[in-house]
Ligand binder design. Structure first.
Ligand code: AMP
Length: 393
């Protein structure tokens, strides 16, 4: 079911709360180290400004644990947002209370205000009703554009929207839901999913949910070693998860699953002695840290025939140069697939970082901002922050 888009709200001259995800990294000089998340919210903010609404932005930043801790102030974000929007952004010293009410009263149409960190109040993460109500009383409409927080039932994502008749989705939220629903619901085939990364526990639900839907499931990264071990291979000192062995073992003869045939190993993560070996010949003292060249070629070939591709989790320890090859090759293969008309969706924090490293962000159809939210969506879970939004007619 499609969610009510912000475009359908009569917002002119009204106060509109937008839950954004401005949880951005800030360096020791108080500067924004990466403004991707701020940029991602610009289409919704700009549209509301054009409609002459009064835009009231709410976000969390870091983990101040329910206390006012200015190390986690959103003030630097307000400054960066002002530069990006090329208009004044009023910064409110708190997110609720009489001072904020007074400040909002004095704003004219088309103004943008950023409230101080929602998590300075314990009520945010504890989903306390009075806090949600205090936020709701500030505004006429509620919009959620923080897809990355949609899996969390907090006051601003779950409690607050219930005070409104038409809680709506911002442009970013809408785009995320459109892409992810499309790839899950009616993917153009062949549909290929690529799973990697270190933590198989994060990915097990996704694998289980998607396996019956995919034409091929390519498995690389640290995740591959739990599979290889469960299928009877020696994996040396590679990472693996004992808790998921039984589950993984059941997939042994599944023809959809494609595992690496060779891997790049080394005795330390520095990679001084890195070499490629067949999966049947991983030395006992070696750690598998990337997929090998033959695996890259095999994965590339499968990707080149796919029409829908979803990728979560890097193929190796890509942050270290000797082990970045597999991940880079997949980024490039996805770029080529997008260019010939396939739909490519990349999700999960580290995978996004890997795509940025390869510098090909514009060559992917959709880079999901979600991290955990994206993975939970791909697992088929209902995200509370999405479920609470009004349905579109
Ligand atoms: P995750 O958060 O589970 O997606 O894991 C991402 C991290 O997995 C990245 O920092 C990668 O460096 C790391 N990673 C990928 N493959 C391996 C591997 N074979 N061994 C250890 N770490 C890996």
């Amino acid at each position: 079911m499609k969610k009510l888009p912000v475009r359908q709200l009569p917002v002119s001259s009204r106060r509109v709360f937008v839950r954004v995800d401005f949880n951005t990294p800030i360096d020791q000089h108080g500067e924004i180290a990466d403004d991707t998340r701020i940029r991602a919210a610009l289409p919704t903010i700009r549209w509301l400004v054009e409609q002459r609404a009064i835009v009231v932005l709410g976000s969390h930043l870091g983990k101040p644990k329910g206390k006012r801790d200015l190390r986690f102030s959103l003030q630097p974000v307000a400054k960066r947002l002002e530069e990006l929007l090329e208009q004044k952004v009023v910064f409110a010293p708190d997110c609720i209370g009489s001072e904020v009410v007074q400040l909002l009263r004095n704003l004219t149409r088309g103004s943008v205000v950023l409230l101080e960190n929602l998590r300075f109040h314990p009520g945010e993460e504890k989903k306390e009703l009075p806090f949600a109500q205090a936020l709701a009383s500030l505004v006429d409409f509620y919009v959620n554009d923080a897809f990355g927080m949609a899996h969390r039932a907090h006051a601003s994502t779950f409690g607050m929207p219930r005070f409104f008749a038409q809680p709506a989705a911002g442009f970013l939220m809408e785009r995320e839901l459109d892409y992810l629903s499309k790839v899950l619901g009616s993917p153009t085939r062949p549909f290929v999913v690529i799973i990697g990364g270190a933590k198989i526990s994060d990915k097990a639900g996704v694998i289980k949910h998607l396996l019956p839907k995919v034409d091929r499931l390519l498995i690389g990264g640290g995740v591959a070693f739990t599979f290889l071990r469960a299928y009877g291979y020696g994996i040396g000192k590679s990472i693996w998860d004992p808790n998921l062995m039984d589950e993984v073992e059941k997939t042994k003869n599944n023809p959809q699953i494609v595992l690496p045939c060779d891997v790049k190993v080394a005795t330390t993560t520095d990679g001084g002695d890195a070499k490629t070996v067949e999966i049947s010949a991983i030395p006992e003292d070696a750690i598998g840290l990337d997929i090998g060249e033959r695996t890259v070629a095999k994965f590339e070939e499968i990707i080149s025939g796919a029409q829908t591709i979803v990728w979560a989790g890097p193929m190796g320890l890509f942050e270290k140069e000797p082990f970045s090859n597999g991940t880079k090759a997949i980024v490039e293969a996805l770029g080529r697939a997008t260019a010939r008309g396939a739909i490519t969706v990349v999700g999960g924090g580290d995978t996004v970082a890997a795509v940025h490293m390869a510098g090909t962000t514009e060559k992917i159809s959709h880079i999901s901002t979600g991290g955990g939210a994206t993975l939970e969506f791909l697992e088929g879970k209902t995200l509370p922050g999405v479920a609470v939004l009004a349905d579109s007619e």
